[in-house]
Design a protein around this ligand. Sequence first.
Ligand code: ADP
Ligand code: ASP
Ligand code: MG
Length: 406
Amino acid sequence: MSLIVQKYGGTSVGKPERIQAVAERVKRTVAQGHSVVVVVSAMSGETDRLLGLARAIQNPPSARELDVVLSTGEQVTIGLMAMALEACGVPAVSYTGAQVKILTDTAYNKARIVDIDAAPVREDLALGKVVVIAGFQGVDPNGSITTLGRGGSDTTAVAMAAALKADECQIYTDVDGVYTTDPRIVPEARRLDRITYEEMLEMASLGAKVLQIRSVEFASKYQVSLRVLSSFEDGPGTLITTEENIMEAALISGVTLNRDEAKLTITGVPDRPGIASAILGAIAAANIEVDMIVQNTGADGSTDFTFTVHRNDYDKALAILQQSAATLQARNVTGDRKIVKVSLVGVGMRSHAGIASRAFGALAAEGINIQMISTSEIKISVVVDEKYAELGVRALHAEFGLAGPA
Ligand code: ADP
Ligand code: ASP
Ligand code: MG
């Protein structure tokens, strides 16, 4: 008998019939002799609806009160799910994050899980109950409700699995696994049987929203065996695991697209020590995260500096940069929101040269101009004009032969 944590996302619990279908699936797992903890998201669209309500009253909403509002979405689903389980003859009990308790820090809207009291959950499981837990939420040391950031139910599930030392954490969603790229962009994308934690972490960080980044970090840290599956059909899904568990590493595992960034450039900055620190220090002081950075010295001895930030931070970053430009006597400040980041991920890159030039060649063949490049051991990212987003993903996907059956 094993202990399994199953997480069901918004679409999987989006309607009463879907909740009943999930209850039937849980019932089958219980019938196989397993103990089951179910983590649920809010019904699809609900978190956005709640966010809209909050913004209609106060914009931006108070961070603490926003979490009070947003957490209600999941609270509805746990109650309904426990009812659906009881209705099909499976004893169940629901808990909010605070009831469990999932202790977090006080960073409202993006809290981090600090500790989970697994003992009461174990007691319920020992009594033969299915425990249904609200995803995406916790409670801070002062007793205030917190939420874990969008997509946070994945993290609740993995953290519960780690705390309970579960045998597997299964993430049920509306796709039957992790694909070589978002199947909504490239329908011929291929499901991966296995992918390493490291690659999944890169893919999640670079835009593949199938798993929240923190859930993968958690899974990797606590070696939780994590599987992405469809709640609509049966299948093996995708196992996220260590590199040793993967027989043959693929050269490239996937292509991702990130539409959330914007680009800023400051030109004609005097080229002397401390400039990067002055420019980026001011940005960091405003709590804005910088992603890609490119610096280049021109023939006249001055420096141009380009970097990307989250689109939501663009206006703030631009204003700060304009101030820095005045102080540093820079020539000009420009910005562009209409960019995207397309990335190629694969542990196979470590041992193969020439991947980057092949990728750049494939983009060039489609007439796509590359504005920025950044690479690491297992990824290559390029910034291109927003209008080339899909084309860029398709070009790279085709170049590395990622389409086809699993
Ligand atoms: P849930 O509501 O179940 O948490 P999400 O919408 O958060 O579901 O995540 C599933 C979605 O992630 C899919 O519908 C798919 O469009 C998208 N996605 C993006 N990249 C990938 C990928 N590489 N593999 C699979 N799905 C992906
Ligand atoms: N309901 C939350 C969201 O929409 C958390 C989740 O679904 O994982 O982001
Ligand atoms: Mg999700």
